[in-house]
Design a protein around this ligand. Sequence first.
Ligand SMILES: [Zn+2]
Length: 212
Amino acid sequence: MPIAPATIRLDEIVPPKTGWSQILATGEQLKIVDLEGEQAVDFLAYAAEDPAERYNAADTMKIAGSIFLTTGSRLYSDKGRPLLTIIEDTVGFHDTIGGCCSRESNIARYGKPGEANCRDNFLGQLKGHGLGKRDIVANINFFMAVPVLPDGAMAIADSRSKPGDYVLLRAETDVLVVLSNCPQMFNPAAGYKPTPIRCVIYSTNEKKEAVR
Ligand SMILES: [Zn+2]
């Protein structure tokens, strides 16, 4: 299928350790660029019309038959609807199971609260859309490596994301996207040195029917 001409609607740098959110119209594309490499981006998505419908990690994994996300992966809602599709990916796999860091989990795991965390970043962004604690679900971690061994052992490993690596997502319906540029300093999620990312929204010049 030919790629429709696109115009840039938004092009923003998201500073290290901060949150960001936007509503994408159906057919719009979001590019998330890991500018300096090794930077986890925690990510949630909600149907814009009714945010009670949101990204569902388990169904996304089951339908794909994989715990990793890459080009072609669809991010399903809890109503079995694709909210977004990954249409380009320069890394090869992204995490679905590691979840987000929080003050509480930093204390439980490392005995320290940390100075910032993804859960608080999520809450800060969700508040602006009338959402809150009850709306945080298991999230995606773009650019984060969480390998799982045959015996079930898993861990946050060194990121394979290089400077300039990116994912390009297409909105399959009107969708609220919320992300946290991970502030984690106690494990390799952000390479022990949180760095900025870039978010670019492309408006395609053709109407796209929602995927059923
Ligand atoms: Zn984090």
